[in-house]
Unconditional design. Structure first.
Length: 180
C-alpha cells in the first residue's frame, strides 16, 4: 500500500487522493473476502475421520477364539435341484483283477441344447357325399411356417443379444432352418 505522506505535495491532486482512497477500500474488501473464503473452507474442509481401531487393542483380538466358519459360508450342493436329462456311466480305463466297486462320484455338466425341431401338421382331407372337400384346421397356436419358439429366439437374439440380422440368419442356416 502506498503511504500518502511519501507523495510530494505537487503530486497530491484530488484525483490521486481519490484513487489512493479507492485502492485502500478495495484492499480492505479483498482482505475481508479472503477471510470469508478461509472461514467457509474450514467448515467444508477435510472430514474428521477417526483413527483405525484395528491396531488399537491387539489383545482384544487374541482373546476371541475362532468359532469356525461364518454363518452362511457352508458350501451348498449347487446341483441338487438340477433336472438330469442324461446319465453316462464312465468306467476307469484299467481295472486290476480282484478290484471291487466302491460306488461312484457324480460330475454334473450343465449345458444348453439348441436343435432343429420341425413339425408336420398333416391336415386330413375328406370329401362329403355332396362332393364338398373338408380339411382339418391348424391349432390356434400355429401362425405361419415358423414356430413361436423360433420367432422368440430370433427376437431375443436381435433385441437383447444385439446380434445382427446377417449373423442370426447364418446361425439359423447352420442349425438347419430353411429361411431366406
Amino acid at each position: 500500500m502506498i503511504d500518502p505522506s511519501q507523495i510530494q505535495e505537487e503530486e497530491k491532486t484530488p484525483l490521486v487522493m481519490e484513487l489512493l482512497h479507492l485502492v485502500q477500500q478495495l484492499s480492505e474488501d479483498n482482505q475481508r473476502l479472503k477471510d470469508e473464503i478461509a472461514r467457509l473452507k474450514e467448515h467444508k474442509g477435510k472430514p474428521k475421520i477417526p483413527p483405525s481401531r484395528l491396531e488399537k487393542d491387539p489383545k482384544k483380538n487374541q482373546k476371541k477364539k475362532p468359532k469356525g466358519k461364518r454363518p452362511g459360508s457352508k458350501k451348498r450342493n449347487k446341483t441338487r435341484k438340477l433336472v438330469i436329462h442324461e446319465t453316462i456311466p464312465i468306467s476307469p480305463e484299467e481295472i486290476p483283477p480282484g478290484s471291487t466297486r466302491a460306488g461312484h462320484d457324480d460330475w454334473i455338466v450343465q449345458g444348453l441344447k439348441i436343435e432343429l425341431h420341425n413339425v408336420c401338421y398333416r391336415l386330413e382331407c375328406w370329401r362329403t357325399p355332396e362332393g364338398k372337400l373338408i380339411k382339418g384346421k391348424l391349432p390356434d397356436s400355429v401362425d405361419g411356417h415358423f414356430s413361436a419358439t423360433l420367432r422368440s429366439f430370433i427376437l431375443q437374439q436381435y433385441n437383447h443379444g444385439h446380434v445382427t440380422q446377417p449373423l442370426i440368419w447364418e446361425e439359423l442356416v447352420d442349425l438347419g432352418v430353411d429361411i431366406s
